[in-house]
Design a protein around this ligand. Structure first.
Ligand code: URA
Length: 209
């Protein structure tokens, strides 16, 4: 079973309630998704490694901490995952970006990859996959398998909302991947939407409906 962490900080819960509302327009929705992603990234990166560094303050020399070890890659799953990138880059400006595009074939119901561009040194990086919605989990499992096939060892999945069904699918297939969400909702409906959810995250981010 994967480790699932629910990051239910009051600021995140407050912002989440606003993006759930159908009255919230694209501009506010986009800004709030970015803010939630930034707040979540603070927790998701809690285990980044540190090393000692000597610093001379205006008063004296001292030993402080600096980030060391693996560099970070942020990998949005297209297209809604893009909405989380800006907020995360505010916190981790040196991160590199990869992009994965996967859709579900209506006939076979299997994930089909249509785009994949990753940093060359991806296997050396600490990878954070982003998608606001963990619904069925099919595209997430596919994206995680794709990263593993490229040699990535440290993968975290960061979503804003999840359905229990999606968490189970990802946990069963990738028990080594840590999953971070802001809330776990009730269920999926027969169209694959999270209930109560927030609707189609891509359409709401990009104003396409
Ligand atoms: N993707 C979305 O954008 N919304 C859902 O509820 C499920 C998947």
């Amino acid at each position: 079973m994967s480790n699932i962490t629910i990051i239910d900080h009051p600021l995140i819960q407050h912002k989440l309630s606003i993006i759930r509302s159908k009255e919230t327009g694209s501009k506010d929705f986009r800004e709030l998704v970015g803010e939630i992603a930034m707040l979540m990234a603070y927790e998701v990166t809690r285990d980044l490694q540190l090393e000692d560094v000597e610093v001379e303050t205006p008063i004296c020399k001292t030993t402080c901490k600096t980030l060391s070890g693996k560099k970070v890659a942020i990998i949005p799953i297209l297209r809604a995952g893009l909405g989380m990138v800006g907020g995360m880059l505010e916190l981790i400006p040196a991160a590199k970006l990869g992009h994965i595009g996967v859709y579900r074939d209506e006939g076979t119901l299997k994930p089909v990859e249509y785009f994949c561009k990753l940093p060359q040194d991806i296997q050396e990086r600490y990878c954070i996959l982003t998608d606001p919605m963990l619904a069925t989990g099919g595209t997430h499992c596919y994206s995680i398998s794709l990263l593993k096939a490229r040699g990535v060892q440290n993968i975290k999945l960061m979503c804003i909302l999840a359905a229990p069904e999606g968490i189970k699918v990802v946990s069963d297939e990738h028990p080594d991947v840590d999953i971070y969400v802001a809330a776990v909702d009730e269920r999926l409906n027969d169209k694959g939407y999270i209930v109560p959810g927030l609707g189609d995250a891509g359409d709401r981010l990009f104003g396409t409906k």
